[in-house]
Design a protein around this ligand. Structure first.
Ligand code: ZN
Ligand code: ZN
Length: 320
């Protein structure tokens, strides 16, 4: 058994079960274990980010700010998303929904495919299958992200992520909850099409989530001409968050690999450490509390939808 499962088992048995028992909530016991396990991986992600990105931001720092309140809110987003409520919701919803939906579809004659089922030559080649899964997931994330800039209603939500002027490695999880729900549905649908092995390769997820966090670091870090074309660097992702100059288009939508941006013509390796933020974002979305940012996201969504109903073009707001 890996150390994460062992630690989760111990915490579950010695901390969670006694509490659930006292509160007469023993029906949550199994889900509780899933949450403890996901939360432990979240703790590992945060520790890994701290170990690598904190020195990176200290010694290769790009921007200095007199007031760091906006960063504190991003730390709250990260803890909430990776350790707190979100892993529980994700586990309860994603896992349960996947099990239920798969069961329902199977009962109705639909056999959810797997990658090995579609490509039988992958049978027995676990590592190759895993690499292909990671590439497909990353490509799907590229398109999810790119489309979230394309549609006005979607960008209204995604702008919470872009409103941050003080971008740091904590900013990765700064998202509107509804945007997270849309992403969840996006990957659920993909999982039903190609099958996503649930929690089968958590260490890979840990590394990918770490890389996503690092790409937001407030640091002058590039991977060099070749390295940047293999893995997304803080410099590359900052170009996506950069305030656009006149005539510039949004670029660099990828999360882990830059291949999709190169392939679909949205890569730009020439932009150097621009100022981040979204000039069209309301103040509450920029410097407000977690709650104020969420409310501002809903309000912006409302405006985007009513504009659309009045017949205005359903274009995205100027993408930052
Ligand atoms: Zn974006
Ligand atoms: Zn980002």
């Amino acid at each position: 058994m890996d150390p994460f499962s062992t630690a989760a088992g111990w915490l579950h048995e010695n901390c969670l079960i006694p509490v659930l028992y006292q509160l007469d909530l023993m029906q949550w016991e199994e889900i509780g274990y899933g949450w403890v396990l996901v939360a432990l991986y979240g703790v590992a992600q945060v520790l890994l980010m701290l170990a690598v990105c904190w020195p990176m931001e200290r010694f290769r720092r790009l921007e200095h700010w007199p007031d760091n309140r906006a960063v504190t809110v991003d730390i709250f987003y990260t803890l909430l998303n990776r350790i707190g409520v979100m892993p529980l919701v994700t586990f309860v919803l994603f896992y349960q929904l996947q099990v239920w939906l798969t069961g329902w579809l199977t009962d109705n004659g639909y056999v959810p495919p797997t990658l090995e089922g579609i490509f039988p030559w992958l049978m027995g080649k676990q590592w190759l299958t895993l690499i292909i899964y990671v590439l497909i997931l990353d490509c799907a994330d590229y398109w999810r992200h790119r489309l979230s800039h394309r549609f006005g209603w979607w960008y209204a939500l995604h702008s919470v992520h872009h409103a941050q002027k003080q971008m740091t490695f904590w900013s990765d999880d700064r998202n509107h909850v509804l945007d997270d729900v849309v992403a969840f549905i996006w990957f659920l649908a993909l999982g039903l099409l190609i099958g996503i092995p649930p929690m089968q390769f958590p260490v890979i997820i840990l590394i990918l989530r770490f890389l996503e966090g690092m790409s937001h670091a407030n640091a002058r870090v590039s991977f060099g001409a070749i390295g940047e074309r293999l893995l997304i660097s803080p410099r590359f992702h900052r170009a996506h968050h950069g305030i656009l100059a006149a005539g510039q288009k949004s670029c660099n939508y990828g999360a882990t690999f830059p291949f999709w941006d190169i392939l679909f013509g949205t890569a730009d390796f020439s932009r150097d450490y621009a100022q981040t933020g979204d000039p069209s974002a309301p103040a509450a979305m920029v410097t407000g509390s977690w709650w104020q940012q969420q409310v501002a996201g809903f309000a912006r969504l409302g405006r985007a939808l009513t504009r659309r109903r009045r017949g205005a073009p359903a274009r995205a707001m100027p993408a930052p």
